[in-house]
Design a protein around this ligand. Structure first.
Ligand code: HEC
Length: 456
């Protein structure tokens, strides 16, 4: 358990942010309560989170800015936001709006002044009106989420500042699977934006029931009779569940609720929210599989040295740890336990189109980014993050296990209950798409016949 007084102090130029941080410590304690365990294993060998070289969209952009190869335009109202998103290829249609005071710049966040979050496959960007900084979490293939702030004051050469403890307090806890990671929560929120914790709070990923999602978020989109907690401000803290949220359902415009012109888009697209929720947890599990494998191998190397075993001696405990972390990842990437969708869902922006246009597609025109949105999120339930640098950067020992397990499931050799949401057609389609679009698959993936003959 990390002591909250154990803060690495900001230097003087960051004193404003320091003040903000001081305020949020209380919020963290309240919000996460005794659940908060700041894991520090990743600060040591072999991960060396604080000192290892970074390689992510922000570290790359910082280098380009420094060399004059990239420039960011500053605007009065939104500082570097628009230009930064463009430079990082993060679509404006990914905008989601959260009004709970659950994050860093909590004094700036309320139902009338929500925080905007934008994302693509490897970046998340947070913006608050009049915020001193943009908050950035970048997906680093070997370090998980790496955090930065970018000052919103105009500068000759804007420089993203790496942040560690100030962000890890919430982003490196049991709420992010014990690794530096991403967070999505659902809470009941009062008119001032404060979470009403007596009514409960929860972490959200693609397994969370839709009716529990989006507390503290604006949601624009239609969803028939399927209910959710978005667009809801709690009037009295004495309210008990179930709360009447009739006016929060099937909302397609937010202008009557706050001044939307302060943002790059007036929407908080429902489909964008669902993708964000899937993706944030997928990134955390990718990082966890990566870290646990490297940590297990590191511990094993030490043990072999101490016990004078040959360096290649494999301990069963190592194999078990790697299998464990890999299995959790496989299940998530194949959407085990995904919350059912019972009415057709539709967003209010071009997000879904732009997202699926990113492909890749197979020769039959199919893509893992094609949406279903009637029964489940995606048409072919295998995460597009299989194409990510984080997936490719998994240590070989983990990647071998992950790909072998995926092959067992997709080929039909593993028909256990947890994968029964995947029909034979689903499995065949995913297999065929991956064969054509994912380079470097093991040879067995390209066999045309599986022994038990169940699938082509
Ligand atoms: C008080 C806890 C807390 C602290 C401290 C905190 N965050 Fe967050 N952050 C959250 C929560 C909770 C969310 C989920 C969205 C929300 O509720 O606003 C979030 C979401 C984000 C997101 C969007 C998706 C994601 O999870 O990556 C970014 C980007 C982000 N934070 C950046 C930062 C940065 C950078 C710092 C440090 C400078 C930081 N945060 C510090 C709680 C915190």
């Amino acid at each position: 358990m990390k002591d909250f007084t154990d803060f690495r102090p900001f230097d003087r130029s960051q004193s404003n942010l320091h003040r903000v941080i001081a305020v949020i410590v209380t919020a963290v304690t309240i919000l996460f309560g005794e659940n908060l365990v700041v894991a520090q294993d990743f600060e040591r060998e072999p991960i060396n989170y604080l000192t290892a070289l970074t390689d992510n969209p922000i570290s790359q952009l910082a280098a380009r800015l420094q060399k004059g190869e990239a420039r960011l335009e500053h605007e009065d109202r939104r500082g570097y936001l628009k230009s930064l998103l463009k430079e990082l290829d993060v679509p404006i249609s990914s905008q989601t709006l959260v009004f709970s005071k659950t994050s860093l710049q909590r004094n700036r966040i309320a139902p009338r002044t929500p925080r905007a979050i934008y994302f693509n496959d490897e970046m998340y960007v947070g913006f608050c009106q009049h915020g001193e900084v943009l908050e950035l979490s970048a997906v680093d293939p070997s370090l998980g989420a790496v955090f930065y702030t970018l000052s919103q004051e105009a500068a000759e050469i804007p420089k993203p500042t790496r942040q560690t403890d100030n962000c890890l307090l919430c982003h490196g806890s049991s709420n992010t699977r014990g690794v530096p990671g991403h967070l999505v929560r659902s809470v009941y929120v009062d008119a001032g934006g404060l979470p009403v914790l007596s009514m409960g709070t929860q972490r959200v990923d693609h397994s969370s029931p839709i009716e529990k999602r989006w507390g503290g978020w604006y949601v624009t989109g239609t969803h028939g009779k399927q209910l959710h907690l978005g667009n809801l401000v709690i009037k009295s803290t004495r309210q008990t569940e179930p709360v009447d949220n009739t006016s929060g359902q099937n909302v397609t415009e937010l202008d009557s609720r706050f001044k939307t012109s302060a943002y790059l888009s007036p929407h908080s697209d429902l489909v964008a929210l669902m993708v964000l929720e899937h993706q944030a947890e997928a990134h955390n599990l990718l990082t966890r599989a990566n870290f646990q494998t490297r940590e297990a191998l590191h511990a094993e190397a030490g043990l072999n040295r101490d016990l004078k075993e040959p360096p290649a001696h494999r301990w069963e405990s190592t194999t078990t740890r790697i299998k464990h972390a890999s299995e959790a990842l496989v299940k998530y990437l194949l959407f085990c336990g995904e919350a059912p969708i019972t009415s057709k869902l539709q967003g209010t922006t071009t997000f879904a189109d732009e997202f699926s246009q990113r492909g890749p597609r197979d020769s039959k025109g199919r893509s893992l980014r094609d949406f279903d949105l009637e029964r489940r999120l995606f048409k072919y339930p295998c995460s597009y993050l299989i194409y990510s640098r984080s997936f490719d950067a998994l240590p070989a020992e983990a990647k071998d296990v992950v790909l072998r397990r995926m092959w067992e499931v997709l080929s039909g050799a593993d028909r256990s209950r947890e994968f029964e949401h995947l029909s034979d057609d689903d499995r065949t389609a995913i297999l065929e798409i991956l064969r054509e679009t994912k380079p470097g698959l093991p040879a067995e993936w390209h066999q045309s016949n599986v022994e038990d003959g169940s699938l082509k």
